[in-house]
Design a protein. Structure first.
Lengths: 115, 138
């Protein structure tokens, strides 16, 4: 139990720091569309995978990658839905509401591809 | 954002990062740490495949869009989302490389090639959209 808590805490720290690193890159780049590419960088994935390797080794990596592929396809759908939704509902409501699109695509994709 | 701006070649403006308020860095760190913790907890409870889904949960983009809209307006936030769609396409490539090579390759090689795959797909997708904008303009 203690080891699981430590693993989650280290994943949070590593993910947060890598998000900051990619955000710093994004901040100095123009135009905004190019900077936006780094909003979908594998920052959380790299941090989490590195910590997973330390705690459990490489045995789960392929399974994590297959789940992430479905999540990333849902991320593409989220981005495509967000642009019109931000125009209609504003940045916060539009981007938060589009999370339903991510969830729907992720659930369907998981059911069809991975289960 | 005009077609002209979208077609610009990428450039770096280091001063922009220095002007970013500390609160904004904290928000980004908090969202990144939160998503990472969520993915870790989900992985512990329901296994690595379901946990992997959440490594591509777009909470960080949600934070980014909100901050960009507040500082630079809704037009720029939509451009950020369009760019993120290109990055997310690269993220699919990253995940496929991890899923298909993790059992055969050394871990360091898997992660380096996966990251380069993300950069290559995202970069090419950006250059392609910029080229299409320039063609439409010309």
């Amino acid at each position: 139990m203690g080891e699981a808590v430590a693993e989650v805490a280290l994943k949070a720290l590593a993910g947060g720091l890598l998000v900051l690193a990619f955000a710093a890159v994004s901040k100095v780049l123009k135009p905004e569309r190019f900077a936006g590419v780094f909003s979908a960088a594998p920052s959380v994935a790299l941090g989490s995978l590195a910590v997973t390797l330390v705690f459990t080794g490489p045995k789960d990596l392929a399974a994590i990658g297959s789940g992430m592929a479905v999540g990333a396809a849902a991320f593409v759908a989220y981005c495509l839905a967000t642009t019109p939704m931000v125009r209609r509902f504003g940045a916060w409501k539009g981007s938060a509401g589009a999370l339903l699109i991510w969830a729907a695509v992720a659930v369907v994709g998981y059911s069809v591809v991975l289960s | 954002m005009t077609h002209t701006e979208a077609a610009q070649s990428p450039e770096a403006r280091p001063d922009d990062a220095a002007r970013t308020p500390a609160r904004e860095w904290f928000v980004r760190f908090a969202f990144g740490a939160g998503v990472s913790a969520l993915a870790g907890i989900v992985s512990e409870l329901w296994g690595p495949k379901v946990g992997g889904l959440f490594l591509a949960f777009p909470a960080i983009l949600l934070a980014s869009l909100t901050l960009v809209a507040k500082d630079e307006g809704a037009h720029q936030a939509r451009e950020d989302a369009r760019g993120a769609a290109l990055g997310a396409t690269g993220l699919v490539g990253f995940a496929v490389v991890v899923a298909t090579t993790a059992r055969q390759w050394p871990v360091w090689a898997t992660l380096i090639i996966a990251t380069l795959t993300w950069a290559a797909i995202s970069g090419l997708a950006y250059l392609l959209t910029a080229f299409l904008h320039r063609s439409r303009r010309g």
